[in-house]
Design a protein around this ligand. Structure first.
Ligand SMILES: [Zn+2]
Length: 431
């Protein structure tokens, strides 16, 4: 896989420094910026929002991830801007964009979102336990099993939109026009905003400052083709400034076309490669290794594999267009994986053979293949401590060269799990 070099990381940081505008950083780590007349932004590590002043009140776009950050931002808004927040626009229903909304409701705003956003919030409530588990893997968080009461309390403060729409919607407030466009992109409820008077686009997570998040191993599919069409619509507006990723990232001058062109070409090119592979009946496990970014985009600073990665992109586009069946009759109605591994294990008949073979592959730097061979042993004999210890070494090796946040966190999560398992068995022995 391509990794971002230290050098390109530094040059990215240098460029974004240039765009900060007047910047204030609070003790909570929230950065307040005033990059242009009538626009302010607030951003923290994984979340951001922006607000636009008009001569008849304020429009807030996204609401940060939690109420604490939202309260600090609410106070800041009323310190530097005039009037009340009359509208809130959700760029989509991810928690880092809607989590702080309750605080801003003190101003009694209209909350506008895609028609599909309420169903997303319902889904999050319905799958709360599952989402806690996968968040632990994706973000390297503690795995918490929440009591139903606590879940109910958390979700009771989620603010649903007061007005929804699909397609295009325009409203005016004071001296500004807000053109809202829904699309399917990272989510099915995405909405990007165009403000013609200031030539500014707020695009939510259509752009995240690195390789686009088209593909997340834990989540339903993203919408690559609609995503790229939305970015092409944004480009057609010829924006002077783009606020992305909840307004935590901004682009102006030459960077606007650079970031749009890079994202558009990457998505179109890789999407079309997947289509070609599907039509040629290439197996998905071959496809994820075969498809790559075009050479001239591989070191593009707007496409570093910091959050997602090409393999996830390929799986994602494949899953959108393709059913689960991979063309192998053995996989049409498969027996449980554990049952199959038990049988293979019995045929091999010797755990040492599997262990040695996996170790050889590891030594030959074929770590992923070794991991899959070792899996026969771990599934058939989960108590095999040597197999667990070898798996820890393999996962550490995979993690050590992995710059993608999602896969790196997954390796770390399963290392911790294996370590915990080994500790529990050692403790049982000494007792
Ligand atoms: Zn998002």
């Amino acid at each position: 896989m391509k990794v971002m070099s230290e050098k390109s990381g530094k040059s990215m940081r240098k460029r974004s420094d240039k765009l900060k505008g007047l910047q204030v950083i609070t003790s909570q780590g929230i950065k307040f910026r005033h990059p242009m007349k009538d626009v302010h932004t607030a951003s923290m590590i994984i979340s951001g929002c922006g607000w636009v002043d008009t001569d008849d009140g304020i429009v807030l776009i996204d609401t940060l991830i939690n109420k604490k950050a939202a309260k600090t931002t609410y106070d800041k808004i009323h310190e530097v801007s005039k009037g009340r927040i009359k509208y809130i626009i959700y760029t989509h229903g991810h928690g880092d964009h809607i989590g702080g909304c309750e605080v801003f409701m003190a101003d009694k705003p209209e909350v506008i979102a895609s028609k599909y956003l309420p169903a997303r919030l319902d889904k999050y409530r319905m799958l709360a336990q599952h989402r806690n588990r996968i968040s632990a893997q994706q973000f390297d968080l503690p795995e918490i099993k929440m009591p139903e009461k606590q879940i109910a309390r958390i979700y009771s403060s989620v603010i649903y939109p007061t007005k929804t729409f699909l397609g295009e919607m325009t409203f005016k407030l004071g001296d500004k026009t807000f053109e809202l466009h829904t699309t399917r992109a990272e989510t099915d409820d995405a909405c990007w905003v165009w403000i013609p008077e200031i030539n500014a686009a707020f695009v939510g997570d259509l752009i995240i400052g690195s390789f686009p998040n088209i593909g997340n191993p834990w989540k339903p599919t993203r919408f690559a083709l609609d995503w790229v069409k939305a970015l092409e619509e944004v480009r057609a507006k010829e924006p002077e400034i783009i606020f992305a990723s909840g307004a935590g990232i901004m682009y102006r001058d030459d960077d606007v076309s650079a970031v749009l062109d890079a994202n558009i070409e990457a998505i179109r090119n890789m999407h079309d490669q997947v289509i070609d592979c599907i039509n040629k009946d290439i197996h998905i496990t071959e496809m994820i290794h075969k498809i790559q970014l075009p050479d001239h985009l591989k070191n593009n600073p707007h496409l570093a594999f910091l959050y997602s990665r090409p393999e996830f992109f390929v799986y994602n586009v494949y899953r959108w267009y393709h059913g689960y069946f991979d063309g192998n009759p053995a996989n049409l109605l498969p027996r449980p994986e554990k049952e199959v591994m038990d049988e293979i294990y019995k045929i091999i008949g010797d755990p040492e053979k599997i262990l040695n073979s996996a170790k050889d592959l590891f030594d030959q730097n074929q770590v992923q293949l070794g991991l899959q061979i070792l899996d026969i042993l771990i599934q058939a004999d989960p108590e095999n401590i040597n197999a667990r210890k070898l798996r820890i070494r393999m996962l550490k090796k995979l993690g050590s060269r992995d710059y993608c946040l999602m896969s790196r966190n997954a390796w770390v999560y399963f290392i911790k799990k294996d370590k915990k398992f080994i500790r529990s068995r050692e403790k049982a022995k000494t007792n």
